[in-house]
Design a protein around this ligand. Structure first.
Ligand code: PGA
Length: 263
């Protein structure tokens, strides 16, 4: 894992957007795995800005989102399809038909999950998967105890996740307790992973992800087995890492090497 510790959320957004920008420049028909939540919003802002200024085009890009609430139509204001349209897709030159979010309203969600996997495979797999992390270490809606090789499926949300996401729902509004989510195995198959985390509330989850054992009770710890996972953290999210200074040293050395090589 590459651990990058930066001063603030703005630098994190710029760092993550730069990796995605480089990916699309190298391969215009890239397949991106995208995430919802508050953490990636600033990164999407950077991508929108790059698209507006003409330095980055999404015309040939395809996307697959990690997850969706089961039982919500894509037009529902709390659906992740709606979130993606509002925070990214409607502001960039992407072909909306090349953007996929698990269909939360599918008549047969089990078949729809299988179909989602098949669609990812048919596109040649995911080049870069963007992730946030839950306070309980979840990635996507893979809650603690999720199988480390799981595929896209229906998952029950924990009370902690329901409580964390209640802020997005109005008082008395129906809040789903089930989701469709890419599995940990699906995420692990992506060629590169970028996980963003900000704030002290994520410090325990980041500690368990980076320095804890590989275990289903911290789903993000599976990234220890990923061939190319980059964790981009602010100081608060990194604050419980025992080897924080060492990770910073490694990153400085990496940057020096890249500069020497002119990359
Ligand atoms: P957040 O959610 O970005 O809103 O903190 C992250 C997650 O639950 O995966």
């Amino acid at each position: 894992m590459q651990i990058v510790i930066l001063a603030d959320a703005i630098q994190i957004a710029q760092y993550g957007a730069d990796l995605i920008h480089k990916q699309i420049s190298a391969k215009p028909c890239s397949v991106l795995g995208l995430a919802t939540g508050s953490t990636p919003v600033a990164l999407y802002g950077e991508l929108i800005e790059a698209n507006r200024s003409g330095v980055l085009s999404f015309q040939s890009v395809s996307t697959f989102n990690l997850d969706e609430y089961l039982g919500l139509e894509g037009s529902h204001p709390q659906s992740y399809r709606h979130f993606m349209n509002e925070h990214l897709f409607k502001h960039i030159d992407i072909n909306i038909h090349n953007t996929a979010v698990p269909p939360g309203n599918a008549a047969n969600p089990i078949d729809a999950c299988r179909d989602y996997e098949a669609r990812i495979e048919a596109k040649g797999g995911i080049d870069i998967q963007l992730l946030g992390i839950g306070r309980n270490g979840h990635i996507g809606f893979n809650e603690p105890s999720s199988g480390l090789t799981s595929r896209t499926r229906v998952k029950t949300l924990t009370q902690a996740t329901i409580a964390d996401n209640a802020r997005f729902f109005a008082e008395g509004e129906y809040q789903p307790h089930l989701s469709m989510t890419m599995g940990i195995g699906t995420i692990m198959d992506s060629r590169k992973v970028i996980l963003l985390a900000t704030g002290a509330s994520k410090a325990d989850a980041i500690k368990a992800t980076v320095e804890g054992p590989l275990m289903a009770s911290c789903p993000a710890s599976a990234l220890q087995m990923h061939r190319d996972a980059v964790l981009v953290l602010d100081e608060a999210a990194a604050s419980k890492l025992s080897d924080r200074e060492f990770y910073k040293h490694i990153e400085r050395e990496n940057q020096k090497l890249l500069a020497q090589l002119g990359i």
